[in-house]
Design a protein around this ligand. Structure first.
Ligand code: HEM
Length: 405
């Protein structure tokens, strides 16, 4: 059978309608709201003929497909390509792009390195850096929330927490852009990101070496898995690579999106200022509302049925987390940013065995920066139009002009 975008093409299953919409277009990626709503309204699944792919956006359906690793695997890639049929651009991740039981071993090593205890030890440092960055922003008054704050904070604190001896903020952000854009089809976004490869990839690979990591960081804790016999030296390097792949762009986006949500919702910002202990809740609600990881794929590894739709083995399914997190059958007034909302069950950090292994540190970073803002910033206002950055998997800002005082 012929491959389409690196996977098998089956046509629409019975009962599923074709939809001539391009979720990878610049228009949809810049403003996905109507894509999300229509995808949910059309039914459990839509078939995208342009990509020979199913797409789902209803909360229950996305959750079922995304979290059932026995029927919908990650080892065949979480983007459009089927790794069983076409080689990926880099050796697959040994955590994200692998299934149980192999996944259990590497997951355990990262769980330990990123445990609540490991992150608790970082909290004072995270808050200190957050306060110092916010103080610098206040001196300037007018900032770009993305370039001046959201990109600066994780690229400062995360390499330090990891124990990187050398850091380069631009290369870290660009590598994240490559990893996430690579999940999409061969479009302009993917090509622009991949063009950065020759400069970025060798540098990233080098930073994953044990010799380039301090003895006391998260990286060293990953390499402790070698000493304990759980992973090989090469595997530990691959796991550090996973942290550099997934640990920067995601938090940059989460923090940028939080600044956007708070600047757009002054009453919610006032609530946060009145009670900075709401910082964690405000970050969590940002994740639900804006879904920084907007959509990842799964591949059916058996013939199966979901929501009465027969799905053939080998089918690629685009799981649109952003649509599920705004499903009105799951959330009251889902479009409203409400930092007091009960957000448990949102899918922004995934679900099931692959649920974000960096969630403790991601939340700690988000909480620290929002807490510093709540304590120190009187007013956080838009100073021009926010511009979203097209990306094949993320919903991220390009520019966020802000006035802070
Ligand atoms: C707000 C920030 C973040 C968001 C929204 C986010 C989102 C996600 C999502 C949706 C998944 C599930 C992917 C899947 O099931 O296919 C995931 C997995 C993962 N995340 Fe995060 N993430 C964030 C921060 C981080 C950080 C800071 C790190 C590293 C310290 C990290 C490392 C990982 C890794 C290694 C996986 C794969 C886990 C596995 O396959 O078992 N993430 N993340």
């Amino acid at each position: 059978m012929e491959l389409v975008h690196g996977h098998l093409s089956f046509g629409a299953p019975a009962g599923v309608r074709n939809w001539d919409l391009d979720p990878y277009s610049v228009e949809v990626q810049s403003d996905p709201a109507s894509f999300y709503a229509t995808l949910r309204e059309r039914g459990a699944f839509s078939y995208l003929p342009q990509y020979s792919m199913l797409a789902c956006g209803q909360y229950n359906v996305v959750r079922e497909v995304f979290s059932d690793h026995e029927r919908f695997v990650s080892s065949r890639g979480v983007g459009v390509q089927d790794f069983a049929l076409e080689d990926p651009w880099r050796p697959p991740s040994i955590i994200l792009e692998v299934d149980p039981p192999d996944h259990n071993r590497t997951r355990r090593v990262l769980m330990r390195a990123l445990s609540p205890k490991a992150v608790a030890d970082l909290r004072a440092y995270l808050l200190m850096e957050a306060r110092s960055l916010v103080a610098r922003m206040l001196e300037r008054g007018r900032i770009d929330g993305v370039a001046d704050l959201a990109e600066v904070y994780p690229t400062t604190v995360f390499p330090r927490a990891l124990g990187m001896k050398q850091s380069d903020a631009r290369k870290l952000v660009d590598y994240g852009s490559m990893v996430f854009n690579a999940l999409g089809p061969d479009n302009a976004q993917r090509r622009a990101a991949m063009a950065m490869g020759p400069e970025v990839v060798p540098w990233i690979t080098m930073q994953c070496d044990r010799a380039n990591l301090s003895l006391d960081g998260i990286g060293a804790a990953v390499y402790a898995g070698v000493d304990d016999g759980h992973v090989s030296e090469a595997e530990a390097g691959m796991l550090v690579r996973s942290l550099l792949s997934a640990g920067i762009d995601t938090t940059v986006t989460g923090i940028g999106n939080a600044l956007w949500a708070l600047s757009q919702n002054p009453a919610q910002f006032e609530l946060l200022k009145d009670d900075p202990a709401l910082a964690m809740a405000a970050f969590e609600e940002t994740l639900r509302l804006t879904s920084p990881v907007a959509a990842f794929c799964r591949t059916a590894c058996v013939d199966t049925v979901v929501a009465d739709v027969k799905i053939a083995e080998g089918s690629k399914i685009l799981c649109v987390l952003g649509a599920a997190n705004l499903d009105p059958t799951r959330w009251d007034a889902p479009e409203i940013y409400d930092i007091k909302r009960r957000t448990v069950g949102h899918l922004a950090l995934g679900a099931g065995v692959h649920m974000c292994v960096g969630q403790n540190i991601a939340r700690a970073e988000g909480q620290a920066i929002l807490m510093a803002i709540a304590e120190m910033v009187e007013k956080l206002e838009p100073n021009g139009e926010a511009v979203w950055r097209p990306n094949n998997a993320m919903h991220a800002l390009e520019r966020l002009p802000l006035r802070v005082r």
